[in-house]
Design a protein around this ligand. Structure first.
Ligand SMILES: CC(C)(COP(=O)(O)OP(=O)(O)OC[C@H]1O[C@@H](n2cnc3c(N)ncnc32)[C@H](O)[C@@H]1OP(=O)(O)O)[C@@H](O)C(=O)NCCC(=O)NCCS
Length: 172
């Protein structure tokens, strides 16, 4: 698989992660927000025809080269240091610029196979590279539910003060 910026050529309608709000956002909103510079969406797709063939042989008959296997979106945001866990807040001024990981989702039938971890790593690397040019102290995520929050916590994200679904990962 490879990761690319979302374009109109990707098959947004064929994507289903089991959370309709995320499917809908990808179908209806992602490209509009991208055009306005509100957020940038990245998708993972099969690397080439051989990769597609591998998926088809494994029983994923609907996967083609334009199929979206997973996606995430990044945007800029500010958070109040006071909202972070106290041990992190003490390092920062009152308000800090962060990169917001808005959405991360994997096709339902490919969940649990490591794709989410790969996309999260890609999001962190991309955010850190961008932060070399425009300041951003860390990655902030609004988890959809406690299950998603556990996923982020497993990779070092810290729960914000009194907000168990908001998590933060310092980048520096
Ligand atoms: C949450 C999601 C992105 C995880 O992606 P995934 O491809 O299923 O996860 P992975 O297979 O990469 O799992 C990576 C690790 O996270 C762990 N993990 C995955 N889902 C988890 C969960 N719900 N709770 C706790 N840990 C979880 C796995 O055990 C694995 O750890 P391991 O490598 O030590 O075994 C995916 O399940 C998804 O798209 N869910 C629906 C949409 C959603 O809720 N997105 C979150 C929006 S905030």
């Amino acid at each position: 698989m490879k990761v690319q910026a979302l374009t109109g050529n990707h098959d947004r309608n064929g994507f289903d992660c089991g959370v309709e709000a995320l499917n809908f956002w990808l179908r209806q909103t992602a490209l509009q927000h991208q055009a306005k510079g509100i957020s940038r969406t990245f998708v993972t797709v099969p690397s080439n025809a051989g990769d597609v063939q591998g998926y088809v042989s494994a029983g994923y008959g609907d996967i083609g080269e334009a199929s979206i296997l997973g996606f995430y979106a990044l945007a800029s945001a500010f958070v109040l240091a006071d909202d972070l866990a106290p041990e992190l807040a003490k390092h920062y001024p009152r308000q800090i610029p962060v990169t917001r990981l808005g959405r991360l989702a994997i096709r339902s039938d490919l969940q649990g196979q490591g794709l989410g971890r790969l996309l999260l790593a890609d999001a962190v690397t991309r955010s850190r590279n961008a932060a070399l040019s425009v300041g951003s102290a860390g990655i902030f995520v609004d988890a959809k539910n406690t299950t998603a929050a556990k996923f982020y916590a497993e990779y070092g994200f810290t729960v914000c003060k009194e907000q168990p679904l908001k998590l933060y990962l310092p980048m520096w």
